[in-house]
Ligand binder design. Structure first.
Ligand SMILES: [Zn+2]
Ligand SMILES: [Zn+2]
Length: 405
């Protein structure tokens, strides 16, 4: 029996709208009548198949007071009776372990959020440990190492991967299907005179999250280095944790932080002349916070931000706040700089980690990277399922999908 689920006492509140449970370890929980009824675990109410709807909440009266509540003989279930029950011969039953696990007191809710917070590498100590592909190749345990790194710090640096073009897709689909985008299903990054995007030039690219013109940016991104000739000057990859930068802004300049959570920025790719004409446009705040005031998304792409059109009194506050965030993102101590060599591959969460590139002078050489994306939720699902299969204690930490759980 779950020790935490042992009950000391159960009582009905004076207003008969809640049950107060005192657990043997001293913790106290309160559960509302509707919450209890709508989470009933009896054979008629419990959802045995994903997607099944067993209880029609709309049929219940606005209020149905609790008239009885008792723990069963085996002390593992709570039985509750209501005045106003709409199902004939119904007894509401809830396992005590379920109740304890889902307690929604402030302390338990705080823990739920806290357990799923991102952990940042301390500024100035942002050293990426390379993971040799030979230690990863072909095993669940190896793949899990990659997923764990992306989950924990947002990025994994693999070295020694094959430099053939097929490898990237073969590897990526072990995490999830490739997701199409305005760049295509997978794409090359090179300076070959194709001027459809600044990516395919030798210009400096400041930190950005890719594809901000979508309602939801693409998730996990791969950069596989196929060729990077030694004669090339510059061209280093740079990455920085946007969530860390946003948290720093919140601490250092709370008013500016609030501005960026409130005033939206428009991101767009509108180009009717390119090979695949495109109209993508969306408006969203640069930083999104949720019900618990947790940062749940950061959108930063100064190459895709469209003309600012917000209410007059928001224009200057937006520019001032955006400048502050930009300056934090580019702080040297928050940055990882890496000159890729053929066989290197960076795997990172594009919802969390911004990337960029130093300008380069080719001196006749070639810099050729291949890239693709996998949905961020497919990635986290793979992490949880694989971790569980391998017997690891895995936690679904935040991934930047607009949710802190
Ligand atoms: Zn039931
Ligand atoms: Zn609690």
């Amino acid at each position: 029996m779950d020790e935490k689920a042992r009950v000391e006492s159960v009582r009905i509140s004076y207003a008969k709208d809640q049950i107060e449970v005192l657990w043997k370890d001293g913790h106290g929980s309160r559960f509302h009548n509707k919450w209890l009824r709508f989470n009933c675990h009896c054979n008629n109410c419990y959802r045995f198949i994903v997607g099944q709807q067993r209880i029609n909440c709309s049929l219940f009266p606005d209020d149905f007071p609790i008239i009885d509540a008792k723990v069963n003989k085996d002390e593992d279930q709570l039985y509750v009776e209501f005045n106003g029950e709409v199902c004939a011969n119904h007894n509401t039953v809830l396992p005590l372990a379920f109740l304890r696990r889902n307690c929604y007191c402030d302390r338990c809710l705080h823990k739920l959020i806290d357990d799923r917070k991102m952990h940042f590498i301390k500024p100035g100590e942002f050293k990426l440990q390379p993971l040799d592909y030979s230690t990863v190749k072909g095993t669940d345990g190896g793949l899990f190492k990659v997923l764990k790194a992306v989950m924990e710090v947002g990025i994994c640096y693999l070295r020694g991967v094959p430099t053939d073009e097929e490898f990237l897709e073969e590897f990526a689909v072990t995490i999830g299907p490739l997701v199409d985008s305005t760049y295509g299903r997978k794409f090359m990054i090179h300076d070959k005179g194709v001027k459809d995007s600044v990516t395919n030039t030798r210009e400096y690219l400041t930190f950005h999250t890719d594809q901000a013109h979508y309602e939801s940016e693409l998730g996990v991104q791969f950069f596989q280095c196929l060729q990077f000739d030694e004669c090339i000057e510059g061209g280093e990859s740079i990455v920085a944790d946007m969530f860390q930068a946003a948290e720093i802004l919140r601490q250092e300049s709370p008013d500016d932080f609030r501005v960026l959570t409130r005033v939206p920025c428009t991101f767009a790719t509108i180009d009717y002349k390119r090979q695949n004409p495109a109209y993508y446009e969306t408006r969203k705040p640069v930083i999104e916070v949720d019900y618990d005031d947790q940062i749940v998304a950061v959108h930063f792409n100064t190459g895709l931000d469209a003309t600012l059109r917000v209410r007059e009194n928001c224009v200057m506050p937006f520019y001032n706040a955006h400048k502050k965030l930009w300056k934090i993102i580019t702080r040297p101590e928050l940055r990882f700089t890496h000159r890729m060599v053929p066989g290197d591959m960076l795997v990172f969460n594009n919802r969390r980690v911004a990337h960029g590139r130093e300008a380069f002078v080719p001196h006749g050489g070639t810099r050729l990277l291949q890239s693709a994306y996998v949905n961020v939720e497919d990635f986290r699902s793979k992490y949880m399922v694989l971790g569980r299969k391998l017997g690891h204690d895995v936690t679904p930490t935040k991934i930047g999908n607009r949710s802190s759980i």
